[in-house]
Design a protein around this ligand. Sequence first.
Ligand code: 5AD
Ligand code: SF4
Length: 482
Amino acid sequence: MENTEYMNRLAPVADNMPNTEPDRQRAYMALLKKYFSELSIKLGRPLTMCTVTFGCQMNARDSEKLSGILKEIGFISTESENADFVIYNTCTVRENANNKVYGHLGVLGNYKKKNPNMMIALCGCMMQEPQVVEKLKESYRFIDIIFGTHNLYKLAELIYNRIETENMVVEVLKDSTEIVEELPVDRKYPFKSGVNIMFGCNNFCSYCIVPYVRGREKSRTPEDIICEIEKLAADGVKEVMLLGQNVNSYGKNLANPVSFAELLKMVEKVEGIERIRFMTSHPKDLSEELIEVMAHSKKICRHFHLPLQSGSDKLLKVMNRHYTKERYLELVDKLKSAMPDISLTTDIIVGFPGETEEDFEETLDVVRKAGFDSAYTFIYSKRTGTPAAVMDNQVDEVVVKNRFDRLLAVVNEISHKLSFRFEGKDMEVLVEGPDDHDDRLLTGRMGNNMLVHFPGDRSLIGQIVNVHLDESKGFYYMGTMI
Ligand code: 5AD
Ligand code: SF4
């Protein structure tokens, strides 16, 4: 490893560190804080950090935790990747997520040549794949720290090890049963926050890498979750998004089992929290109890993300999804009868091995019947290690692209039509920030997850206000505050 300003400045202390978490990490943070403050004085400038997040809401939340640790030890955040500390929090759910990371890394290497103080860390789902780590170790020697999804709370200790050993530090665990809490978090928004309620996934959908990289399902206790949400509320948070790969199976493996619906009722009681969202649901575990609790709730947002993946019973079976097209549509009916104003979104994969034109037509049929307000559509991506990757009937690329375009056209046509159903209505809106394109406007999010732009003062950011939806633009609205 190159010699940098960091080297040989920390005495080995690991033996004197607390053995329990989070005290151990706090001790490392205190050491590093002193260390980086001296370095900052020596350089005559503040030290900067940049956390780059790929992938899902879980990763976004993890990144807030990583930034929290870096802030605590003295870094200030910047948007530029030309920073003193850069972390890539990676995703590996589809191949192009991996390619994006390799693409960016070359740029980082060049920054590092000009800034010998720079540290580069990679973490997240992609690091859980041994072949990725091997490639990085071989071809990207300038990386300082590689860690995975099970030990991100250890960032301070890993930075310490990097400084002390002068070697690339690689620590990727296969799985863990420990959930470490109570470390600093640097929230992106003061008024809304994700809250992890569970980690990992037990479903093993045959195309999906997540159970391999995020490990087995582990639920946090309701006490810990509520305690975190109460603290967030005291800190000004109005909206929480409960996060898990399959929130509908929350709590089943706890010593004292609690259902997701019961958890929602507890969250509903937290004063100061005005909106509750959750992500992601699995149709196979969606209970009547949940629909009931949602329908009677004043705080749970009228938005349901229910991944369909495919409309073909044959493919759903091979995908290991445990529901049929009919069952899916029945759930949609139940949600809509209980909450007529609900907005429904989904995930769909095109080109899963063995998908025929008839299978694809079944998917289009569900899209037409269910009426999704929006859909995330994905081209099937072969993930090494999953059962689908070795299926011998992979679909031709040109056929898949054609189906993908056709699907997108139907999805867009339907969501465009549906968006007009809210035109002329008055909606409660959480003001999220100034409009990206027009300074005079604010952007707010409705309970149904749709956005509206309207004239207003920036002092309203973070408040819930009432907005009249003057005009639907198909995928968003223009409105006026009332
Ligand atoms: N190929 C394409 N899409 C995938 N997803 C998960 N794995 C794959 C894959 N191998 C999609 C699913 C899931 C979403 C988060 O990503 O639709 O719901
Ligand atoms: Fe992947 Fe299926 Fe688990 Fe979702 S439920 S993370 S698609 S294995």
